[in-house]
Design a binder for this molecule. Structure first.
Ligand code: 5GP
Ligand code: ZN
Length: 119
C-alpha cells in the first residue's frame, strides 16, 4: 500500500530506529536528523515517517504531511539559528538532480553563504 515501510529503504530504517541518526526533532509525522555528510554548518534532513519516493509523490498522496515537512524545516532553521542569515530547503528529485535516497526528504542548509544558482 502507498506510504508503507520499504524493507530495503535506509530512511525507513532510520524512522524505525534500526539505523542510528543524530535526531534533532521528531513529530507524529516527521523526523529531522543531521546529514552524515554535511555540506554546510547546518545540514539537516527532514523526512516523513511514511515512505514515498520523492517530494512530489508525497505531496500528491499526503499533502498535510508535505506541509509538515516545510513547517519542520523552518523549526530546524530556528533551532540552528539560521533564520536571520538565511537558509535553503532542497528537494533533489531524480538521480540526474543528485537524489540518492528514494524516500522523500528535505535538505535544510544554512550557516554559510549559499550561492545561486546552485551547482
Ligand atoms: P539525496 O542525495 O538523496 O538528495 O540526499 C541523501 C542524503 O542522505 C545525502 O546528503 C547523504 O549524505 C545522506 N545520507 C546517506 N546515508 C546516510 C545515513 O546513513 N545517515 C544520515 N544521517 N545521512 C545519510
Ligand atoms: Zn523509506
Amino acid at each position: 500500500m502507498a506510504g508503507e515501510r520499504q524493507a530495503d529503504c535506509l530512511f525507513c530504517k532510520i524512522v524505525a530506529g534500526e539505523v542510528p541518526a543524530t535526531v534533532l526533532r521528531e513529530t507524529d509525522t516527521t523526523v529531522a536528523f543531521r546529514d552524515i555528510n554535511p555540506q554546510a554548518p547546518t545540514h539537516v534532513l527532514v523526512i516523513p515517517k511514511v515512505h514515498y519516493p520523492d517530494a512530489a509523490s508525497l505531496a500528491a498522496a499526503e499533502p498535510a504531511i508535505a506541509a509538515d515537512i516545510l513547517r519542520e524545516s523552518a523549526e530546524v532553521a530556528a533551532l540552528e539559528r539560521t533564520v536571520d542569515s538565511g537558509y535553503r530547503i532542497v528537494f533533489n528529485t531524480g538521480s540526474g538532480a543528485g537524489q540518492t535516497v528514494f524516500h522523500a526528504h528535505a535538505h535544510v542548509l544554512g550557516g554559510r553563504g549559499l550561492n545561486w544558482p546552485p551547482g
